[in-house]
Design a protein around this ligand. Structure first.
Ligand code: DP6
Length: 359
């Protein structure tokens, strides 16, 4: 299926060579995307905070080549050749080719680096794929200099989605919705949109401290994980629940109701893991220290009444979320009580950010 809105009618361009660079952040979902249909279409709507410090920086150099019958690229991570990433990039290029038909005209050198440690167990696909999609869009813009910014961002998100679903939520900030929802104006299955309503002060500069419980390779790739939702006994119920949680979180984000925010966010994290525990094959991606941290957060919250909560990705690391107003107390708590459960005592302080930047 070709989405006409994003077709590029190419001109035989004079553009011979050059290079473009972008930095693009990771994001953390509050209502989770877990399960998809063909063509990277999400089974339910998701919403995320864009992060600020965890990001990928990518430089894409291009030079016109003789023939245009195949893709040609080299990829480097921290200046080291990474031929093992080629299949993922090849798949990405194949998926986006019809929307950016100049891809086969050039040889590309992709140089990329992350601001977070490689083996942190933090997914780099959202920041990595969004950075690459933005670089591709910058080349398209060199062909079409008067491209409006709104179209640029939308199409960058559209392309990023075809690389990795969650990547479409990393182009802009500070809150991004992906997936059509009747109560979110402008929402689409094809790209992420900025949360289109005024957000309460409580959620400005929200913190996300990422506790690195297990820095190993992901035990279950997201592709395998999403596939587990096909024929999953609870899938339909789960997709409905996510849609309802979007309705709830929409009003929470406007009203600033932190108690309700915590309920939705923690329930979403646990539901994601419950889906993995109840699929076939089944997985437990939390580690004993993940549970220790969750229990400590609950104790701390009961004792102090501070609105701190957790969320999880498809792994053992814990994202500790809290408003700017309680930064000092929560950081002190993390240092004295939670760091002991992190691998080598490692954690990353991040907070809500405002999207990708051209370099
Ligand atoms: C648990 O975006 O990594 O982080 O589309 O297959 O690349 P692909 O999946 P991916 O899935 C992310 C799943 C999640 C939840 C979320 O970010 O919404």
């Amino acid at each position: 299926m070709l989405i006409e809105q994003f077709n590029t009618y190419l001109i035989d361009s004079e553009l011979q060579d050059g290079s473009v660079s972008w930095q693009s952040p990771s994001n953390i979902a509050l209502v989770k995307y877990w399960g998809k249909k063909d063509g990277q279409i999400p089974a339910n709507t998701s919403v995320s905070f864009t992060l600020n410090n965890c990001k990928t920086i990518t430089e894409l150099s291009f030079s016109k080549k003789e023939n245009n019958n195949q893709f040609s690229f080299e990829i480097f991570l921290d200046n080291e050749a990474k031929p093992e990433f080629s299949p993922k990039i090849e798949t990405f290029f194949k998926r986006i080719e019809s929307y950016v038909p100049f891809l086969k005209d050039y040889h590309f050198i992709i140089k990329t680096e992350n601001t977070f440690p490689h083996s942190s167990g933090i997914a780099s696909s959202a920041s990595g794929m969004s950075a690459l999609a933005l670089c591709v869009m910058s080349i398209e813009k060199l062909h079409h200099p008067d491209m409006p910014e709104d179209y640029f961002n939308k199409k960058a998100s559209f392309l990023a989605r075809l690389g990795s679903g969650s990547a479409c939520r990393s182009i802009e900030g500070d809150l991004v919705v992906w997936g059509t929802h009747p109560e979110i104006e402008g929402s689409s299955d094809l790209f992420g949109v900025k949360f289109p309503y005024a957000v309460h002060q409580n959620f400005k500069n929200y913190n996300d401290t990422i506790l690195l419980v297990d820095k190993g390779e992901k035990q279950v790739s997201s592709t395998v994980g999403h596939n587990l939702m096909h024929n999953h006994p609870f899938a339909l119920k789960r997709f409905d629940q996510a849609q309802e949680n979007i309705t709830k979180i929409k009003s929470v984000l406007q009203s600033g109701d932190l108690e309700e925010f915590i309920k939705i966010v923690e329930s979403e994290a646990l539901t994601l893991h419950a889906m993995m525990m109840t699929s076939l094959p089944y997985f437990i991606l939390m580690k004993p220290n993940t549970l220790q941290i969750i229990n400590k957060i609950w104790e701390f919250r009961t004792k102090t009444k501070l609105p701190v909560c957790f969320t999880l990705d498809a792994g053992a690391n814990v994202h500790v979320l809290y408003p700017e107003a309680c930064t000092d107390q929560v950081l002190e708590f993390i240092k004295t009580e939670l760091v002991a459960y992190c691998q080598n005592g490692h954690y990353i302080c991040d907070k809500i950010g405002f999207g990708a930047k051209k370099l």
